[in-house]
Write a protein that binds this ligand. Structure first.
Ligand code: ATP
Ligand code: MG
Length: 259
């Protein structure tokens, strides 16, 4: 299953969610690939992929210069690979415009890979061609949402884009769910926005929320997912719970057999 982690708003927790959810899914025994589709390369850095060794990256894959498999790197986590990105990827938004199947380049490339149970695509903070490629490749979208004043407006714009991609490029595309990030229970605005989002989006919002937790923001500077940096911190525990909830959502438990 291919899941795009998308929100055009910057700094809402897309990359933190991608890294730690991927790690929790791999720890649960799934084979996982993280595709870094953001020129900032934060997901690659968060997995400790050395910048100098990113010569085979999402950029060359999208432009058709190398096969997708050539860009895969192992990580410190068994069962978890990453396709890194470089700043060159920012040029792809323009360079892709003139290419064949410009919105399907990523999906076409991922289809050539040996199977992974779950592929997570970390999208950049825009609704340009990189995000459109991710949405066209994906079975589902996971939306990290930070509970702040304009959150719902940003969300409706994103839902509009998902709808357009579904009708024009990819009829499989589903909204997997919305995960509330950087939740601070003492903050009244957080509570208020979170209530609004749940009122509008109902059970599309994951029960699990991700707390604001400094360990989550420290971990990338060590090149490690928080789950390896400090597996007992509240942030790591929340991502383990999110992985469990997500797995239940994508593969409902088989009906109990009554003897
Ligand atoms: P961009 O749009 O720039 O790609 P993003 O949506 O991927 O950003 P992140 O990079 O995951 O967002 O998070 C933005 C910042 O907030 C980072 O410094 C990150 O370490 C920090 N952060 C993310 N989630 C949390 C959290 N739950 N608690 C504390 N800090 C967090
Ligand atoms: Mg990011």
């Amino acid at each position: 299953m291919i899941i795009a982690v998308a929100n055009q708003k910057g700094g809402v927790g897309k990359t933190t969610t991608t890294i730690n959810l991927a790690t929790a899914l791999a720890a649960a025994g799934r084979t996982v690939l993280v595709v870094d589709s953001d020129p900032q390369g934060n997901a690659s850095t968060g997995f400790g992929v050395d910048r100098r060794s990113r010569n085979a990256s999402t950029y060359e894959v999208l432009l058709g210069q190398i096969a997708a498999e050539q860009a895969l790197r192992p990580t410190a986590i068994p069962g978890l690979e990453v396709m890194p990105s470089t700043p060159a990827l920012s040029g792809a938004e323009i360079e892709l415009v003139d290419l064949d199947r410009r919105s399907h380049r990523l999906g076409d490339a991922l289809a050539t890979l040996p199977p992974h149970d779950i592929i997570l695509i970390d999208c950049p903070p825009s609704l340009g061609l990189l995000t459109v490629n991710a949405l066209a490749a994906a079975d589902a979208v996971l939306v990290p949402l930070q509970c702040e004043f304009f959150a719902l407006e940003g969300l409706s714009q994103l839902l509009g884009t998902i709808e357009r991609v579904r009708s024009g490029l990819n009829t499989r595309l589903q909204l997997l769910g919305i995960v509330l990030t950087m939740v601070d229970r003492r903050n009244r605005l957080t509570e208020h926005v979170s209530d609004d989002v749940r009122a509008v989006m109902g059970d599309k919002v994951f029960t699990t929320t991700i707390p604001r937790n400094v360990r989550l923001s420290e971990a990338p500077s060590h090149g490690l997912p928080a789950l390896l940096y400090d597996s007992r911190c509240a942030g790591s525990e929340a991502y383990v719970a999110l992985a469990r909830e997500l797995l239940a959502r994508i593969q409902p438990a088989p009906a109990e057999v009554i003897a």
